[in-house]
Ligand binder design. Structure first.
Ligand code: AHR
Length: 579
């Protein structure tokens, strides 16, 4: 049963009525006739159509696109992740157990740390050694960092979750030597190492220091960000200046065994294609380009159409709702624009996109407490943005290798909120969990045809970017009336399982949709849906289950096709078994 929305005055939709949609959509009378009488019978009831094309594979969806980010900022690390070993709050070696459990529940593949802007003010040496001897230091975000949570604690967090670490190195305030010594500290194996010279093998001093600090075995970190937002908080550099720094930092770095380092260069602020073109030209001017594996991209969706990091997470009207989702959908353009710009010099596309900060960023008003800087509430609206964004990454599985939501807990677009002994997951957490069947599957093309929504606030350029905002994009006037993505998993013995994820952003309109698979018949379907009575609904410490997924009501397929109703303002995943 579609859930009935309570939003009283929905924004007027595009004047497309169901009848005119059927006239003007790709489901023309002749197309219907070609597809046979059963489809015709079904389609007369349909508002929309989705056709999945398993014969048109895109790429394997990297599990890393569902990755995470935590920074020394407000209540993210201290209280969110780290409660300390002596805390009464359930913890594993000081790490909040509920955080570990939730990250395991979404099978978090990669965790980025220590920033963000914080990374370029951070000295990794301050966070190692006996906790009582670690210095408290001033850090970015006007913070005083006690350094009780450092490199080892982060690695233990990753180990407890079962995910890979991704370290953002300090390019602004530490020399290149500290970068390669951090790599050495993390990755040099224990015991005697071949000298690759006439000298006899000897142990590595930094590996010995790591062992003395409790971890004999190397951390084996291969993902390294070379700075963060170097166009802004990371140094206010031009692309050419950054390219020179990148080359200097990476001209040599120690690597051990067969695992090469995956170095990630600082990419653009939002859709700043000029940065990407100039950076790639400058990097390619030098033929070495050692281990450039990924280009970082940050794209935040502001809660306000006219100001960055503004708007209210909880108080929004229908216009704000549609506008935020429209501006969030620009992620698709951010991905394709930069891919194109990279291709001008990286013609074989060896370098992939690493969207290592994304999410909806609101202004002050819903933070857990003043000291929880940048914490904000997360509603069904954010769940829809999560679905739209993950679908974009899945549709561009050939381009996006890693994506990190900013940030996992007590921050901008969080999956979890925690304060003292209180904890809840947000609607965004549920979307991450619902999308897991796509992870590692083969993305395939899917055509969506649905009535579009007019963005009522498309009047002015859109602010884009992170904390160091510089750019804007022209207004986007329409929002897709249904969007989503599809993937295929082979289940041996010729069996194929499709996953289809769909976001219906209409506030008041269930969208009855015909789902077909080109060249195959649907045998059965089951699904999960996240919807709520009101898009403002959210979870809080007193109501941790106010928003949670439910089994989707599905109908039996007819003649190998499906008629499914996507409830208003919902995220749905369907598991489709082919005959
Ligand atoms: O995620 C918050 C901040 O946003 C990060 O520190 C920075 O990289 C971006 O501007």
């Amino acid at each position: 049963m579609p859930l009935k929305p309570t939003t009283p005055n929905p924004t007027p939709l595009h004047p497309t009525t169901r009848r005119s949609f059927l006239k003007t959509s790709t489901l023309t009378a002749s197309a219907l006739a070609l597809r046979g009488p059963n489809l015709l019978a079904q389609s007369t009831q349909a508002d929309a159509h989705i056709e999945i094309l398993p014969g048109e594979p895109i790429a394997t969806i990297a599990p890393e696109i569902y990755s995470h980010f935590i920074e020394h900022l407000g209540g993210v690390i201290y209280d969110g992740v780290w409660v300390g070993e002596r805390s009464k709050i359930p913890n594993q070696n000081g790490i909040r157990t509920a955080f570990i459990d939730a990250m395991r529940a979404v099978k978090a593949p990669v965790l980025r740390w220590p920033g963000g802007c914080f990374a370029d003010s951070y000295d990794w040496r301050d966070g190692i050694g006996p906790a009582a001897k670690r210095p408290a230091r001033a850090g970015f975000w006007s913070q005083q960092d006690s350094n009780q949570y450092g490199l080892h604690e982060f690695m233990h967090t990753c180990r407890a979750i079962g995910c890979k670490p991704y370290l953002a190195a300090n390019l602004r305030t530490l020399p290149a030597r500290d970068f390669y010594q951090e790599i050495e500290y993390c990755n040099a194996p224990a015991g005697n190492l071949p000298s690759n010279s006439a000298a006899p093998p000897v142990p590595n001093a930094l590996a010995a220091q790591r062992a003395a600090n409790g971890d004999t075995q190397p951390f084996n970190v291969d993902l390294w960000g070379v700075g963060n937002e170097s166009w802004g908080c990371g140094g206010n550099l031009t692309p050419e200046e950054y390219a020179a720094e990148y080359r200097r930092f990476t001209a040599w770095a120690p690597s051990y065994g067969k695992d090469t380092l995956k170095l990630i260069a600082v990419g653009p602020n939002g859709d700043d294609v000029d940065w990407t073109s100039r950076l790639f030209k400058a990097l390619h001017a030098n033929p070495e380009r050692r281990h450039l594996w990924g280009l970082s991209v940050h794209y935040y969706t502001s809660g306000s159409p006219s100001k960055f990091a503004a708007g209210d997470a909880l108080k929004f009207n229908d216009g704000d709702f549609y506008d935020l989702l429209t501006r969030g959908s620009i992620m698709e353009r951010v991905v394709t624009d930069h891919w194109k710009a990279m291709g001008e010099t990286d013609t074989e596309h060896n370098v992939k996109l690493v969207v290592d900060e994304w999410g909806a960023w609101y202004g002050k008003g819903t933070e857990l407490a003043p000291e929880y800087n940048l914490s904000q509430q997360s509603t069904m609206r954010d769940a829809l943005l999560t679905g739209i964004t993950l679908d974009i990454f899945q549709r561009h599985a050939d381009k996006v290798a890693v994506a990190n939501v900013a940030q996992s807990i007590n921050c901008i677009h969080s999956l979890m909120l925690a304060q003292g002994d209180r904890f809840t997951v947000t609607p965004t957490f549920h979307v991450f969990q619902m999308y897991l069947p796509h992870s590692g599957a083969q993305a395939v093309r899917a055509e969506f045809t649905a009535p579009t929504i007019v963005n009522p606030l498309a009047n002015a350029p859109i602010p884009v970017g992170g904390n160091s905002y510089i750019g804007s994009l022209e207004a986007v006037k329409t929002l897709a009336g249904l969007s989503g993505s599809a993937s295929v998993l082979n289940h041996g013995a010729g069996g194929k399982q499709l996953t289809l994820s769909v976001v219906n952003p209409h506030l008041d309109r269930p969208i009855t949709t015909e789902v077909a698979v080109r060249g195959a018949s649907i045998a059965s379907v089951k699904g999960t849906v996240l919807a709520s009575k009101d898009v403002h609904d959210h979870n809080d410490f007193d109501h941790p289950n106010a928003v949670r997924p439910a089994a989707a009501t599905t109908a039996q397929p007819t003649a190998g096709r499906l008629l499914h109703t996507f409830p208003p303002a919902s995220v749905t995943t369907l598991q489709i078994t082919l005959a």
